[in-house]
Ligand binder design. Structure first.
Ligand code: 13P
Length: 241
């Protein structure tokens, strides 16, 4: 199965930057699929310039489809703009916005109801890893946040200590955690759990992508800083083979 490389632009990008998405759409000549989640403000323009070559998504959605939630964006609104997927449960939202596993589960369910694919993020902190709790933390996040359906579901394992730090786990450590995730998925969904793609995220760069993507059961990468330019994201896609 070709790798899936997803760019998460976080709170970066102004109007001129959609030119990078246009360049990504025109420049992906390999087998890897490219998806990009720009900020909400650029989704409509990104959908247009991606010309069907790149799938565009949101970085979050609300757990309800409409209502009195000032400043929030629903999954239905994202779908209405032409978005294909949404990221939920990113550790920055869990930390910045106090999102719980139950919140993340509601968001994932709302996204599925709106016809979006879901990229559900999990990952342990450095302290949790040093205390030997990494597997239990990730398994607990999955137990609390997995939606009812494995259809249209992707998991991203993003160790918090690897995000934006330049420090990455070894491929063996990534493979070990992906095995934990796979076990949780098959325990929850049965055979359908085998069909859920698992991405690695955290300081993926052109020079380490091949090693990380080569680890067992790594179906692709969720990329932050290195997804902001076409040159860098295309280099990661090329390394993915
Ligand atoms: P970096 O690639 O900048 O470490 O970010 C990873 C991430 O959080 C993607 O969601």
């Amino acid at each position: 199965m070709p790798s899936l490389i997803v760019g998460n632009w976080k709170m970066n990008g102004l109007g001129d930057d959609v030119a990078e998405i246009a360049a990504m759409a025109g420049g992906n000549t390999g087998r890897a699929q490219l998806w990009v989640a720009p900020p909400f403000t650029l989704i409509d323009r990104a959908v247009i310039v991606s010309a069907g070559q790149i799938r565009i998504g949101g970085q979050d959605c609300h757990g309800a489809q409409a209502g009195a939630h000032t400043g929030c964006v629903s999954a239905m609104m994202l779908a209405d703009l032409g978005a294909h997927f949404v990221i939920v449960g990113h550790s920055e939202r869990r930390a910045d916005c106090g999102e719980s596993d139950a919140d993340v589960r509601a968001k994932a369910g709302a996204a599925h109801a709106a016809g979006l694919e879901v990229i559900l993020c999990v990952g342990e902190t450095a302290v949790q890893r040093s205390e030997g709790q990494a597997d239990a933390v990730v398994a607990g996040q999955l137990a609390g946040s997995l939606p009812d359906s494995a259809e249209g579901l992707i998991i991203a394992y993003e160790p918090v200590w690897a995000i934006g730090t330049g420090t990455v786990p070894t491929p063996d450590d990534v493979a070990a955690m992906h095995a934990v995730v796979r076990g949780a998925l098959t325990a929850r969904y049965g055979a359908s759990g085998h069909g859920v793609r698992i991405l690695y995220g955290g300081s993926v760069k052109p020079d380490n992508a091949a090693a990380l993507l080569g680890a067992a059961d790594v179906g692709g990468a969720l990329v932050g800083g290195a997804s902001l330019t076409a040159a860098s994201l295309l280099a990661i896609a090329a390394a993915a083979g």
